[in-house]
Design a protein around this ligand. Sequence first.
Ligand code: NOJ
Ligand code: NOJ
Ligand code: CA
Ligand code: CA
Length: 720
Amino acid sequence: MDYDDIRSSNVPQGTRSGYGRSRRHDETAEKADLAFVAQTARAAAADPGSSVDYADDVIYQIVTDRFLDGNSANNPDGELYSSGCSNLRKYCGGDWRGIVEKIEDGYLTGMGITAVWVSPPFENVTSVDSDAGTSYHGYWARDFKDPNPFFGDAAAFEGLIDAAHDNGIKVVIDFVPNHTSPSTADGELEDGVLYDDDAYVASYSDDPNGYFHHNGGTDYSSYEDQIYRNLYDLADFDQQEAYVDRYLKDAVKQWLDAGIDGIRVDAVAHMPPKWQKTLMDVIYDRRPVFTFGEWFLGADEYNRRYYDFSNDSGMSLLDFRFGQEIRQVLRDFTDDWYGFWDVLRETADEHDQVVDQVPFIDNHDMARFTVEGGETVNTDMALAVLLTSRGTPTVYYGTEQYLTGGADPENRKPMPAFDTSTTAYEVLSKLAPLRQSNPALAYGGTRQRWLNGDVFVYEREFGDNVALVAINRSREWYEITDLYTSLPPGSYADVLDGVLDGFGTTVNGDGSIDAFSFGPQTVCVWEHAGNTSEPALGRVGPTMGRTGHTVTISGEGFGDVAGTVTFGSTEAEVVSWTDARIEATVPPLAGGYYDVTVVDADGAQSDAFEGFEVLTAEQVSVRFVVDNAETAIGENVYLAGNVHELGEWDAARAVGPFFNQVVHEYLTWYYDVNVPAGTSIEFKFVKIDGDGTVTWESGSDRQYTTPSDSTGEYVGDWRT
Ligand code: NOJ
Ligand code: NOJ
Ligand code: CA
Ligand code: CA
């Protein structure tokens, strides 16, 4: 019997069973402090929803040039353009108008998509490199304040925003503040040229003011190296230069004012982390939108700094841990569900808010999930896992059409068709709405209910809402025994309607499910949406802000009548209140971390959301430099001071470790730090060794008044 026979033959349950290392566990991957509960479905289909809470959304990532040519009049001429897209490194004509067409004809909404992430929308270089080709991908910006004319003009962008919003879809732009474009040795492109609203500013070789780093290319040997040297040959911004800082922040404000609902930040591992925190402060002050960064991780790559960035920067991250692992389990078969479960637990432990991260199965920087000549059912199964995962699922355009292709540009082929009858399209259209109707998917923790290398049964739960997902990735049958669930007793239909060979089930009074035989390459999804009556807090966003900023609190069971929201022990002004979503204003508080708690009109209290960061004031980035700081092996320099941003004299919260290799070299140390603007601060440099032993500088505290609206620099000698 070959594989097709197994899939199509109707083997009765129980006739084949019990292979190998089946093993039952019951463990939970959820933050103890992040409570349970839910949110009701978005009121109207055409409501684009919250621009800060994407937990119940599904994002669709579009390489704008490769999706659909909706207006051939804006296509480039000559060398830049490839008719029929035979040259994948040239522009192929796709544009914002094409996306509008697919929104308006129901292709995206029919799949349950509620947000699109589009290529960087701003003007790029227009020359052609004989190897790398053109800027069709959008990552070679020339003028961050103008639209890319090949995607459309300002009116066309507005048309995209309007059509999306009219159809309940949010628009996320890709923002690229790390660099302009390549400055290649052969001089073929445009030398990293930068324009400011059409006015020439500088290029990489004509840079008298030092707007770019001139430290050579990075070999990724350290965090410092990858931040302050060029990524490939891309002209690397010095964000600490006042003009660059202002330019990038003004540009992002301009796109926010154009009505975008979210931002994907490119290459966050290549920019000073604390400068990015000042960027997030600017974004949240202008208009809070969900923002997630790209910190690329390879397969099995664990990086402490990745999690530190996720928990400190104020932005979420693309979930590369999830993405790489699901590819090992369902695409490459180099790992199994045990490894996947390890990653789920790790990410739940390490991220302060794992529901805020952005998982995916493929993207424009890795081979397509579907393997040429491989089984499309692997893609279908991966999409089912993705759509029922914690975090906001992102689907790469064309995955639903089983596009294949290896490294870029092969993974960026044009959409081959807009076929709404593929199995993948069906899987998405059945599971995406569940994210909105059952808050267990948006806010729940993940619990492992049955596990072996091939079979994974996991449960998502929030308040009175439960979803149970069972997947068998293999061609074997397994006997599933001793399966327990939090689903209430009763019968449940497969949410996927058998599209992936799933079936209904019955839950007994004690929460058990009778033993059953689980067939090859099958996914079942069973769910119960309850009606949580006590306040259950799902997420808070943004997770940092200033006094007066609006924060959105999502969950279920808040009640229809407003109660109270507190930050620490201080009550916040409530701006709006529904059973599933509250908007409140950050009260006048000193900078610090505060618990956010909801109390409903009847006095019932939610669990606390821990660690909302109140910033002292508007943030500016200051480079602190200390000369002649001699250290022992294992010892590093940090900064500690009197404001929240500098740890309030708590050495355990000192900022650093400082760098000492690229911009300045040992014995000089430096670090770019977010500090409150226009503030007189007191601080000292400190040395901390590997055991945590702290050596404070001697003498009196240093004093410095931070700039009111720009970057700054402080230089001093270590005081022995
Ligand atoms: C990551 C982007 O996703 C990739 O496509 C791009 O080439 C680099 N960053 C540089 O912008
Ligand atoms: C080619 C990739 O297609 C593009 O995404 C990237 O920006 C450049 N390489 C970097 O030089
Ligand atoms: Ca076009
Ligand atoms: Ca950089």
